[in-house]
Design a protein around this ligand. Structure first.
Ligand code: ADP
Ligand code: MG
Length: 157
């Protein structure tokens, strides 16, 4: 616990939660726990390699928010944004194929940010510094086999 410098957006950040999971089910469950603490409007940036479990965690978050069932949550393809629940409540984007640093305006995410919505962005680091403050950053790491380390941080101005 404590304050530290965020490596991605270079802003002060504080650790909200840290968890090691040993199965996809545990990661989904942790997503449900995280959802309880998300208050819209809220931007959540998910970082971590392919297969780290970002989409799996989003399943739990979206289900925890009551916007859709886990099975309804799938990985959005290039610049496509999935929308769950009643109009404008939960958006899920994946920037994997986006080249270089892009801004919120280009992706249309800034319009969504103005709504009372929860916006979940896989490969959120590709937004660079162009993110509202505060936002939530979730870093996911492979720790071998089915083990994943998940760090949840609040990034300040
Ligand atoms: P990403 O969106 O980061 O590319 P996915 O969630 O799509 O990752 O895929 C994660 C893969 O790893 C899935 O096939 C999932 O079943 C598997 N997996 C194994 N262990 C875990 C775990 N502890 N947490 C999340 N996913 C896990
Ligand atoms: Mg994914």
């Amino acid at each position: 616990m404590g304050k530290g410098e965020s490596t991605i957006v270079n802003r002060p950040s504080s650790i909200l939660a840290e968890r090691v999971t040993y199965s996809p089910e545990e990661t989904v469950f942790f997503g449900r726990e995280i959802a309880v603490h998300l208050q819209p409007p809220c931007l959540v940036l998910l970082e971590g390699d392919l297969g780290a479990g970002k989409t799996t965690l989003v399943k739990g978050i979206v289900a925890g928010l009551g916007a859709a069932s886990e099975d309804e949550v799938t990985s959005p393809s290039f610049t496509l944004i999935h929308e769950y629940g009643p109009a404008g409540r939960v958006f899920h984007a994946d920037l994997y194929r986006v080249e270089g640093e892009r801004d919120l305006a280009t992706l249309g995410l800034d319009e969504l940010s103005s709504q009372a919505a929860t916006i979940l962005v896989e490969w959120g680091e590709k937004l660079g510094n162009d993110v509202p403050s505060p936002c939530i950053k979730i870093r996911m790491e492979h720790q071998g086999d089915d083990c994943r380390r998940i760090l949840v941080e609040r990034v300040e101005a």
